[in-house]
Ligand binder design. Structure first.
Ligand code: FBP
Length: 260
């Protein structure tokens, strides 16, 4: 079956709003507003995102008719950060459940380099096959982590990107390497697999907009960000500024004008 990449893309670009932090970090990332999934779903709708990333519980209980214009990406695995051992994240939602909830794509994290990477690679193989049978694109969060990963450098990120291509992902989500040149290697390693850059912890508006611009310049197809949008005091404005760079090819300087 043809994989419907266009479900979560606009003119070949993808801009996703991540809101799976409730499991990954706990409510520490939230304030009184952002703890409410409706607050973030409204941002996704008004901010022009090409998709929102949710875990199944939030999706089932909050992602209703009102938000259907924002494609749902259902995250199929997840873990808390309370346990500090070797990172492992296993499946908690099936592809069938994701389809029933209305997902237009599915996501899965693999900690490459972890003692448990084989478990995640194995599980991902089955998920990818099933999702593709439904025509759903698959996004893999490719995070080199674990005691074998002493430092995270551009080479390891490029390796993780290549693994994403090898295992059949349609998109990989990786950390920006810090320079256009080194990120070009990541994009090259990912081949026909679309590269999405993650946002990370809150940073200045100009820094996140420059990161967006530079990763696209290196050949990425978009971004998947969370905290830098919904923790912003004017999240819809911030989303529009980021969208100007990611979806409309503008510079970070031009995008900054939206925030003035
Ligand atoms: P942010 O833009 O807020 O970093 O969100 C991206 C994301 O990958 C989320 O999907 C996920 O919950 C979180 O980061 C994982 O963060 P960590 O790097 O702490 O595992």
């Amino acid at each position: 079956m043809k994989i419907k990449i266009e479900y979560i893309s606009k003119n070949g670009r993808t801009l996703l709003l991540a809101y799976d932090h409730g499991i990954e970090h706990g409510p520490v990332d939230f304030n009184k507003k952002t703890i409410d999934p409706y607050y973030v779903l409204d941002i996704a709708k008004k901010g022009g995102f090409t998709g929102i990333i949710l875990q199944k519980g939030v999706a089932e209980k909050y992602y209703g008719e009102k938000y259907k214009k924002v494609p749902l990406i259902l995250k199929l695995n997840g873990k808390t950060n309370i346990y500090k051992g070797e990172p492992v994240s296993l499946q908690i939602c099936s592809v069938k459940e994701a389809v029933d909830i209305g997902a237009k794509a599915v996501g899965y994290t693999i900690y490459i380099g972890s003692e448990f990477e084989s478990k995640m690679l194995h599980e991902f193989g089955k998920i990818e096959e099933e999702a593709h049978d439904h025509g759903l694109p698959v996004i893999v969060w490719m995070y080199p982590r674990g005691k074998a990963v002493k430092t995270l450098d551009a080479k390891k990120i490029a390796y993780a990107a290549r693994v994403g291509l090898e295992i059949g992902a349609d998109f990989i989500k990786v950390k920006y390497t810090g320079s256009i040149e080194s990120f070009k290697n990541v994009v090259r390693a990912a081949g026909k697999c679309g590269v999405l850059c993650l946002g990370g912890e809150r940073m200045s508006e100009s820094k996140i907009l420059k990161t967006a611009h530079d990763c696209l310049e290196a050949g990425a197809v978009g971004m998947a960000v969370g905290r830098n949008i919904w923790q912003h005091k004017e999240p819809v404005k911030m989303a529009r500024a980021l969208g100007t760079v990611v979806l409309k090819n503008k510079t970070a300087k031009e995008a900054l004008k939206i925030l003035k």
